[in-house]
Write a protein that binds this ligand. Structure first.
Ligand SMILES: [Zn+2]
Length: 501
């Protein structure tokens, strides 16, 4: 921990000052986690190695044996465009996986180096500018396990994404992880286009079989889409990204149009947000036109303000204001229904599911009436998919172990984004990283996580208090929630409305 968090100099000081083992001693007597880099194209054997090193070993040594539902997450982070040499197999890494099979990555002779450099110049292969990471997380537990780190180029399409989904899913099965850790329940992404197309292709391909143990529960729920991928895996879109995308709509001139034709856009919102007691023209301006539209706490602040505007008492109104307020009240209740299960830590699981179900039904109605004036096809589909996934995961938890809590905030790909944050932190002031550095840092992050997993009392991030709600949503942990979240306490069909015959 001293080495990974504080660096070589801190470890040197501690080993001289307090007699801790030196880095050289550590290297000799302990095994640092090594993520297998992908050199050439994606391969099952690399993933199998990573599952063994990153998932099995630390979980075994931390005594984690309970079977969990697994969420696989995929996302990418920036990579410095640079070729790197891997000594273990004398190959060149950092070349995009998609186009690497076209070139020879073995460095046998000086000529092979020249040939590779030439191929890159000609564009036969590319220096990767992105790192695509697939990581696993477990429902009911902390911990993020990177099991694939692919150097990628921008030119990836849906077929490439599909290849990643299929290869990792297959590797998880082959490794025996389904029996050691748990079955894959969901695949979460942020909603980038190629991944969305591939996701709908892979995970809405077969209808849930009547022989499935979750069929009886889910088939009786009105309007629920019963299509999944193999092994009943469902697709998920990260909820924080959905919040941001709703804000992007609200901040656009076209805005959101509900069934009474009122356009809810920044011009209209500005007139009403200012009525909220805690807001000034400056703060309203900041919410509607933020410097960084990707800022999640700011997005949640805007959504919460719209909910509050919908709940204000307007007294006597003229007809025009009445129309606006009607639209704002309806929009406020739609937003509240999707937002609260993730931000209100006092809700019970039953209340959370009721809320998401409310969102799904309201949103369905509004989309039927106003179509893309209400939301884009993609955002509508992704948000419904997110709700559906939460319901499938809960149904699976009820079968796996109804006495365990189910944490709705654990859907989505947030743990992976936090892992990227850690990689940047481990790089100190230098956020740029080559592929080799990224591989090292992923290993370091895994070692650090393993140490905390074995000694949870040393982890400060488990204890974060005194945060405002919109800031707090970025730091939620299982301990933040106070309501009854026991999976078996929620009767699903009642929350969704029964399917009529
Ligand atoms: Zn490429």
């Amino acid at each position: 921990m001293a080495y990974v968090l504080g660096g070589r100099k801190l470890l040197y000081a501690l080993s001289h000052g307090y007699g801790l083992p030196s880095l050289r001693t550590l290297r000799r007597y302990t095994a640092f986690t090594r993520i297998m880099p992908t050199i050439g194209t994606i391969s099952i054997s690399d993933i199998l190695h990573n599952i063994e090193e990153v998932v099995f070993k630390p979980r075994t040594s931390a005594g984690k044996t309970k079977l969990r539902g697994v969420n696989l997450m995929i996302d990418e982070t920036a990579l410095e465009q640079r070729a790197v040499h891997f000594r273990h197999n004398n190959q060149v890494g950092g070349i995009c996986w998609r186009h690497a099979p076209a070139v020879n990555l073995l460095l046998n002779t000086y000529e092979s180096a020249l040939k590779l450099s030439d191929d890159i110049k000609k564009g036969t292969a590319h220096l990767a500018n992105e790192l695509t990471v697939v990581a696993a997380s477990c429902f009911g537990e902390g911990g993020t396990y990177p099991i694939l780190a692919l150097p990628s180029c921008k030119g990836l399409n849906a077929d490439d994404s599909q290849k990643i989904y299929e290869t990792v899913t297959e590797a998880w099965d082959k490794s025996g992880a389904a029996d050691k850790v748990g079955p894959i329940w969901s695949w979460s992404t942020d909603g980038a286009m190629p991944r969305r197309i591939a996701g709908y292709r892979c995970f809405l391909s077969q209808k849930l079989s009547p022989t499935s143990p979750i069929y009886a529960t889910l088939a009786s729920m009105a309007g629920l889409n019963l299509y999944t991928g193999c092994n009943q895996i469902t697709l998920d879109f990260d909820y924080k990204h959905i919040f941001k995308r709703i804000c992007t709509l609200l901040r656009s001139t076209q805005g959101i149009v509900l069934n009474n034709g009122r356009v809810i856009n920044p011009a209209m919102l500005a007139r009403y947000l200012i009525r909220l007691p805690q807001h000034s023209p400056e703060s309203v301006q900041k919410m509607l036109y933020p410097h960084d539209p990707q800022d999640v706490p700011r997005a949640i602040e805007l959504l919460e303000a719209v909910v509050a505007v919908g709940e204000l008492d307007y007294g006597n109104m003229d007809a025009n204001t009445c129309g606006d307020v009607d639209a704002l009240r309806l929009l406020g209740s739609v937003i509240k229904a999707i937002l609260e299960p993730f931000t209100n830590v006092h809700m019970s699981l039953t209340e959370q599911i009721t809320s998401l179900s409310t969102f799904a039904h309201l949103s369905f109605t509004l989309f039927r009436v106003s179509r893309t004036q209400y939301m884009s096809n993609q955002l509508y589909g992704d948000s419904q998919t997110m709700v559906k996934n939460a319901i499938f995961c809960l149904a699976k938890q009820q079968v796996l172990d109804p006495n365990e809590p189910f944490y709705i905030f654990q859907v989505g790909d947030d743990p992976l984004e936090r892992l990227f944050g850690k990689l940047r932190m481990l790089g100190g002031h230098n956020t740029a990283m080559s592929y080799a550095q990224a591989i090292d840092r992923l290993g370091d992050a895994s070692d650090l996580q393993g140490a905390f997993m074995r000694n949870p009392d040393l982890d400060q991030s488990e204890r974060r208090l005194n945060m405002s709600r919109s800031e707090g949503v970025d730091h939620l942990s299982m301990g933040s929630f106070t309501g009854n979240l026991i999976a078996g306490s929620c009767h699903l069909p009642e929350r969704m409305g029964r399917r009529s015959r």
